[in-house]
Write a protein that binds this ligand. Structure first.
Ligand SMILES: *Cc1c(COP(=O)(O)O)cnc(C)c1O
Length: 448
């Protein structure tokens, strides 16, 4: 167990975060509860800014909202000087409701609907990251209809795929995302965008993976992107931005050994400078899109321990009052986490327990073979590193209400997402009744 940010173990043996006793937080707000260390969130963002400041590059840190998107989070990342990446109308709505400046918002996604494209254009977002040929025509059509000119970046699949400690330089071609470089789609897209009167192609984008612990994948991708960029410049596109995506790794367990943020940024800056200088190109502004590396380590989840099942010689199961509904990452891809009994964090973690959720699904596991002190019903379990892609993926499976989210700082708490009730999960249900002839109930397709 490695305590990050402001986390510490108090004299009474409780886990503390942001100057708050997690046991008191669990009592006050209930469980499951997501708790974010506000100072650490801000520190993670500042690490990107500080690193870029020393490179002398023009840059932008765009927080990938999908990792954890809520009003308060949008406010915080704006205060810290970030731009924002959204991938849906719902994320865009949340950002705008938080007062995020639209010109600092970029919209991603491989299947933006026309409604989402129009919403983005009408809101005046800074750029669309166009993913495919269909979308190129859709954005042009919408921009034309709305009488606007729209800045776009083209998402390119550079043929580099990076995961954790490896990168595969021929990987990623078979992906639903982006214009493929190797087969010439990226070139075709650049040629096409040049013909479209309402689009201004200001940059190129590549995102090579997630939870990356090495810099080689970024360097290889930048080299290839510089080649595409050079072609674009020759075609006369007004390119000024190279967006290298996100994917910077974080520590979930002892098996993970992420680089300091500074090291990723220095490698990226160095690779951009050398690749663009070698081609005689002006150095572009460099945009990065961290999601997990900002939100992940700053969040924990608190659960209340419930039942146990000990199968002698096989496995010890302990169940908590959440599970795959608030953290589906083990079920999705075998993700690993560490945990501690937050009310007895000073006790030796010398037993092995598999932490299960309360859903009716055998795969509803949070941690396989966690090292814990002997758990008892009523204990508070804290799972570390749950700030990214946990609340963001929350579901209503088994009609379990969504958990609450609090930010903590200097001993103070801010409830930023309320807990749902049992009534909330049935809020949009209607009794079975067919429409009468000529009647159209107020349930049209409108989403805005
Ligand atoms: C998911 C995603 C990110 C963020 O990835 P992290 O691993 O959370 O940093 C950035 N850019 C794009 C295009 C993405 O799809």
């Amino acid at each position: 167990m490695k305590l990050e940010g402001t986390m510490k173990i108090g004299p009474e043996g409780h886990l503390w975060i942001g100057g708050c006793d997690t046991v008191a937080l669990a009592r006050r707000f209930g469980t499951p509860l997501f708790v974010y260390d506000e100072a650490y969130l801000r520190a993670r963002i500042r690490a990107f800014h500080d690193a870029f400041a020393t490179t002398g590059l023009r840059y932008e840190v765009a927080y990938a909202a999908k990792a954890f998107c809520a009003l308060a989070m949008c406010q915080l990342v704006q205060e810290e000087g970030c731009a924002l990446d959204v991938v849906s109308g719902g994320e865009l709505y949340t950002a705008l409701a938080a007062g995020f400046p639209p010109e600092r918002i970029h919209m991603h996604g491989n299947n933006k609907t026309m409604a989402e494209i129009e919403y983005g254009i009408e809101s005046g977002i800074g750029a669309f990251v166009v993913d495919n040929f269909t979308e190129l025509e859709m954005v042009e059509e919408a921009a034309h209809r709305l009488g606007r000119t729209v800045d776009v970046l083209l998402r390119v699949a550079p043929g580099v795929e990076a995961h954790t400690h490896e990168f595969i330089s021929t990987g990623q071609q078979d992906s639903k995302f982006g214009f493929d470089r190797a087969t010439g789609q990226a070139r075709q897209a650049m040629a096409r965008v040049r013909e479209l009167n309402h689009l201004r192609c200001i940059g190129l984008h590549a995102h090579i993976g997630s939870q990356i612990f090495e810099t080689e994948g970024f360097i290889a991708a930048i080299e290839r992107m510089a080649e595409v960029y050079e072609e674009g410049v020759r075609m006369g596109l007004p390119l000024a931005v190279l967006n290298v995506g996100g994917g910077f790794g974080i520590r979930y367990t002892d098996e993970d050994d992420p680089l300091p943020i500074r090291q990723y940024v220095e490698a990226i800056a160095g690779a951009v400078k050398s690749a663009f200088t070698a081609r005689g190109l002006a150095i572009p502004a460099v945009w990065v899109e961290p999601g997990r590396s900002i939100a992940g380590p700053a969040g924990i989840t608190l659960y209340t321990v419930g039942t146990q099942k000990v199968i002698p010689g096989v496995r010890n199961y302990v169940a908590v009052d959440g599970g795959m509904t608030d953290n589906p990452r083990y079920a999705l891809y075998g993700a690993k986490y560490e945990a501690v009994l937050a009310n007895r964090a000073h006790e030796a973690a010398d037993e092995v327990w598999t932490v299960a959720g309360k859903c009716c699904e055998s795969g509803d596991i949070l941690i396989r073979d966690a090292r814990l002190a002997p758990p008892r019903p009523g204990d508070i379990l804290a799972v570390f590193g749950t700030g990214a892609y946990n609340y963001a993926m929350i579901s209503h499976y088994n009609r379990i209400p969504h958990a609450a989210v609090v930010f903590v700082r200097d001993g103070k708490t801010a409830l930023v997402v309320e807990r749902e009730t049992w009534a909330d999960v049935a809020r949009f249900d209607r009794p079975l009744r067919y429409e009468a002839e000529g009647e159209t109930a107020a349930v049209g397709g409108a989403i805005r």
